[in-house]
Ligand binder design. Structure first.
Ligand SMILES: [Zn+2]
Length: 302
């Protein structure tokens, strides 16, 4: 579903500027002050837990730890729920761990910062469906796509509880954009023929089964007309398609999509010590999040 090439058409609104500064502050905390956070940097991982919990609490939400153990270490997925009048759930999630050796500003400080910004915007304003915001642990290797991946543990517990997840949106590395020619590459050779070779868009990715959800999200996002977007429903075996927490929800039969700047196919600092807060484009990052607020509002309505 290639999109038309819209540029940032207008300057950011006052709300978008406020959002941009929230995102910047939270990315600087996660990818700057806290830095690398994983089981090897366990105290930093827990520093991130406290930071996320405090951020949720400050807007009147009650974070809950969903805990499991890996090699004797307690690992926590963190969730808040904004109960709607209906039991169906729209779930927004981002992993808060970073890969070994990287401070993870974009991957995935950006996704967590977006989740926190969305929590501030929906707290106290329930939608028809129930909204759940979740920060996942242990997305990165060696847990990636194993039963110890945080989102896998979480999704299997959702099945046990009978949770009706109508839509899951995985926010994965969403802050880097480039207007340089040939700044965008693709996992399969043919895709560059249909999609732009300039990395100035936000990507929406799903497996074939979640195609309808992808189309709906894209159409609402595109109404904003401020930031180019591209969408693709592809077989999950194509490299990159299943490379985040949406995979865990697909494994449990839930519809899920990933929103991403495409990470390794664009971002030179992906999984590197140089994935620092100064590498993000906060204007365009803010437009991603303001657009996603509208998408979520739509999905969580009747
Ligand atoms: Zn990631």
């Amino acid at each position: 579903m290639p999109g038309k090439n819209v540029r940032i058409a207008a300057p950011l609104s006052a709300d978008e500027i406020k959002l941009r500064e929230e995102l910047r502050a939270d990315v600087e905390m996660l990818g700057g002050q806290i830095g690398e956070r994983n089981l090897i940097r366990y105290s930093q991982l827990n520093g991130a837990v406290e930071f996320i919990e405090n951020s949720f609490s400050r807007v009147g939400l009650q974070p809950r730890r969903d805990t499991y153990e890996v090699n004797g270490h307690a690992c926590h997925n963190l969730e808040v729920e904004i109960r709607g009048v209906r039991p169906e759930i729209v779930l927004i999630g981002a992993h808060y761990d970073s890969v070994v050796g990287a401070p993870g500003a974009n991957d995935n400080g950006s996704g967590v910062a977006a989740t926190l910004a969305l929590a501030r915007r929906f707290a106290g304003r329930p939608t028809s469906k129930t909204l759940r915001l979740v920060a996942f642990v242990n997305e990165e290797p060696p847990f990636f796509q194993t039963p110890q991946m945080g989102s896998f543990v979480y999704a299997s517990r959702c099945i046990q509880h009978g949770d009706k997840i109508a839509a899951m949106i995985s926010l994965e590395t969403i802050g880097h954009f480039s207007d340089a020619p040939h700044s965008q590459s693709y996992p399969a050779p043919g895709l560059g023929t249909f999609y732009p070779t300039t990395g100035n868009f936000i990507g929406f990715v799903s497996n074939v089964g979640s195609r309808q959800l992808l189309r709906r999200a894209l159409s609402v996002f595109r109404a904003q007309e401020k930031l180019p977007s591209e969408g693709a429903s592809l077989p999950a075996f194509i490299p990159g398609v299943s490379w985040s927490d949406q995979w865990a929800f697909w494994q449990h039969g839930y519809p899920a999509i990933m929103v991403t700047d495409t990470a390794p196919f664009r971002y030179a600092h992906y999984h590197k010590p140089t994935d620092t807060p100064d590498k993000l484009d906060y204007d365009r990052f803010a437009l991603v999040v303001s657009g996603m607020e509208k998408v979520i509002r739509d999905l969580a309505a009747n």
